[in-house]
Design a protein around this ligand. Structure first.
Ligand code: F6P
Length: 363
């Protein structure tokens, strides 16, 4: 049995992409007669026909390497069927290049957007397998995505380091953690780093509640406080606005990121304290994957190779109850896995006395 496999990485990168590519490749080489084509820069490479034949040696020495050897780019799903100025029919071009490369299947490593396009290509008749990567951990159908735990480690280290300087200066430190729609990374690193207040996109915050929590700490003799806030967190008022309205409101107030905004707003409401914003940004996506992510990425990659061996296409690999498994792409694409407001992690955070910025103190 011979299989010619295309591999691409799309969307934002994360630690573990190379480990996963290596997992797919090594397991494929050992399971069947394999040829691998590396597609450059995600779906844009598939559209433009930018690809190269890979050798087995290309997959050596990349287990611990951050980023992706294939490059990646964001090619929005919403634009896939839109003909732009270049007049390129993107879906047609992807199908043509798949044929031109003589692929038996295409393995797409990516997040929510990547899975939507993967599903579109599957519906168009191509043999597709999706692999769940993102530091946001927000892909439906899997308990965990690769890249997430590495980012939790990095963000926790940031919070740990900020803790000591916060204590020395007696300041309120507002740390902005990545995650626009889902707050998994903020919640995990916030709890792991001992944050006092954790603000998530899933739970709109009330600034007065945040300030009350800070006052409460001060009254109990705590000289500093740590706020872990997700990039996509918003106030109760903003949550009540339509997307465009919110964007207009933020433009009007000169919003330059949630941590900057909150540090200033808190200081205005509580002139007696000094607040600072910390934004680790893309550091959270950089560097070598953690041991956990190397293991997870490898296992996911091996599972993809096993699906290819069994010609089981149109599937998204994932983890359920600690077992690596797969779900039809059509059931995963287009859904986001949010932090459940009544989930055990949220209940544990509340039980620890962490403020989530809302009025509901107990669950
Ligand atoms: O999806 C991963 C992620 O890091 C999000 O947490 C963040 O909102 C976004 O990507 C940042 O994207 P970019 O790398 O395009 O700035």
């Amino acid at each position: 049995m011979k299989r010619r496999i295309g591999i691409l990485t799309a969307g934002g990168d994360c630690p573990g992409l190379n480990a996963c590519i290596r997992g797919v490749a090594r397991a494929s080489y050992s399971l069947f007669d394999t040829e691998i084509v590396g597609i450059q820069d995600g779906y844009s490479g598939l559209i433009e026909g930018n690809y190269r034949e890979m050798k087995q040696s290309d997959f050596s020495g990349i287990l611990t390497l951050g980023g992706t050897i294939l490059g990646t780019r964001r090619t929005p799903f919403s634009m896939m069927r839109v003909i732009e100025d270049d007049q390129v029919d993107k879906v047609k071009a992807m199908k043509q290049n798949y044929k031109k490369m003589k692929l038996d299947c295409l393995v797409c490593l990516g997040g929510n957007g990547t899975h939507k396009t993967a599903n579109l290509l599957s519906e168009e008749g191509l043999n597709i397998i999706g692999l769940p990567k993102t530091i946001d951990n927000d892909i439906w159908g899997t308990d965990v995505t690769f890249g997430f735990h590495s980012a939790v480690d990095i963000a926790t280290d940031v919070i740990d380091r900020v803790h000591t300087t916060a204590a020395s200066h007696g300041r309120v430190m507002v740390i902005e953690i990545m995650g626009n729609k889902a707050g998994w990374l903020t919640l995990y690193s916030g709890v792991a780093g001992g944050a006092d207040i954790i603000l998530l996109p899933e739970i709109p915050y009330d600034l007065d509640v945040v300030c009350d929590a800070l006052r409460d700490r001060a009254e109990h003799g705590k000289t500093f406080s740590i706020i872990a806030v997700a990039e996509g967190a918003m106030s109760v008022e903003e949550a009540g606005m339509k997307k465009k309205e919110r964007a207009a409101y933020r433009a009007e107030i000169g919003f330059s990121g949630i941590a900057n905004y909150l540090a200033k707003a808190i200081q205005e409401k509580m002139p007696e304290i000094e607040a600072r914003a910390v934004i680790p940004g893309h550091m959270q996506r950089g560097g070598s994957p953690s041991a956990y992510d190397r293991m997870l990425s490898t296992n996911f990659g091996v599972h993809a190779a096993q699906l290819i061996a069994g010609e089981q296409y149109g599937q998204a690999v994932g983890m359920t109850n600690n077992v690596v498994t797969h779900n039809p792409l059509s059931t995963v694409a287009g859904k986001t896995k949010f932090v459940p407001r009544d989930g055990h992690e949220i209940r544990a955070a509340r039980a620890m006395g962490i403020s989530l910025g809302d009025k509901n103190k107990k669950d």
